[in-house]
Design a protein around this ligand. Structure first.
Ligand code: FES
Ligand code: FE2
Length: 343
């Protein structure tokens, strides 16, 4: 079976957004989806279209874990099975064996993930944020909407050269620093390991790296839509994991987990508002740039011209484009390049 973007698990909502007896309409890959919880509290996802006269099921309501359409009141159970046609009265023989269009839904790490297509040739798992709920770690979760494609969003989160311009001072200082890294494409992912970075963390260097020790910094992209940035700085650990959800071609919803351990539970707790404020400020700056990039691409089409550092983009796009062509990104050959650039 050809691989497609529909084979992957995408976050549909956070657990707290889907309360008991609540109905939620969402969009993933241009597909309309209705979410609710069945009688056991498990999340369920159907196509947001009633099989009767095609009203939107998300306009309906949930009773005892069953979803009722708002137009003529047809009732579906958690598995999507039609259970009741009110206009048939006490004789429900007509109900028969009819079913809504259903998708798989699972709940992990306070997210509800949906998969549109189960492909036996490309079995996938929901992505678990590294160190989420790990002992000693704290997570600040952010949500943002970008008016750009999944791939441009994902690439931005691990694009280093823009940080000195877009996030001047907040995140990095322009230091004219030579950066060396190893870029490795393998098994459907691209990993970028930065070598010998020690001080380029902007104004919070004094806290994160007062002794100016070398930083461990590894960025990872997992095709098609996930990036994870890992910093280990003088025993402090900081992970930035972003799941970019393709709502439509020009809209991407992004959940970002800022997961960190600054060495002490009280420091971790007290740091929450600062981490949240800093993280959101950085993302706000990216939103401006990415929304603008999308406007230009809409007008003139997408045509890039690369510098040395852009090998990261090229390798990421090679995996993303593999899926576009129906190929499994895990089958794309390994490639390892050493790259030097300046920021
Ligand atoms: S359209 Fe849903 S019950 Fe008629
Ligand atoms: Fe950025």
């Amino acid at each position: 079976m050809e691989v497609s973007f529909r084979d992957y698990w995408y976050i549909a909502c956070e657990s707290h957004e889907l309360k008991k007896d609540q109905v939620l309409g969402r969009k993933i890959l241009d597909e309309w989806i209705v979410l609710f919880r069945d009688e056991k509290g498990n999340p369920r996802a159907f196509q947001d279209r009633c099989i009767h006269r095609n009203s939107q099921l998300s306009k309906g309501w949930v009773k005892d874990g069953q979803l009722q359409c708002s137009y003529h009141g047809w009732i579906f159970d958690g598995k999507g099975q039609l259970k009741n046609i009110p206009s048939e009265g006490p004789n429900q023989k007509k109900v028969g064996n009819r079913c809504a269009v259903t998708y798989e839904a699972v709940e992990e790490d306070r997210f509800i993930f949906v998969r549109l297509n189960k492909n036996p040739d490309n079995l996938t798992e929901p992505f678990r944020s590294p160190k989420y709920n790990a002992p000693g770690f704290e997570t600040v979760r952010l949500f943002n909407v970008f008016k750009n494609s999944v791939i441009n969003c994902a690439e931005n989160y691990i694009d280093v050269p823009h940080t000195v311009f877009v996030h001047d001072k907040i995140f990095r200082d322009a230091l004219d620093e030579e950066i060396n890294c190893i870029v490795h494409r393998k098994e459907g992912m691209v990993e970028i390991e930065y070598l010998g970075e020690s001080d380029n963390l902007g104004w919070f260097s004094w806290f994160l790296n007062p002794r100016k020790v070398p930083i461990v910094h590894i960025d990872s992209y997992y095709a098609p839509n996930i990036t994870s940035v890992k910093y280990i700085i003088d025993k402090k650990e900081f992970w930035i994991t972003s799941q970019s959800i393709p709502i439509s071609e020009h809209e991407t919803w992004v959940w970002t987990d800022l997961t960190y351990n600054f060495g002490h539970p009280i420091i971790n707790k007290l740091s929450r508002p600062i981490v949240k404020y800093q993280g959101q400020s950085v993302i706000d700056q990216d939103i401006v740039v990415l929304d603008n990039q999308a406007e230009v691409i809409k007008k003139y089409g997408e045509q890039f011209s690369n510098a040395t550092a852009d090998v990261v983009h090229v390798l990421i796009e090679s995996l993303y484009n593999a899926i576009k062509e129906g190929k499994n990104p895990k089958d794309i050959a390994d490639k390892r390049v050493e790259v030097k650039f300046w920021i």
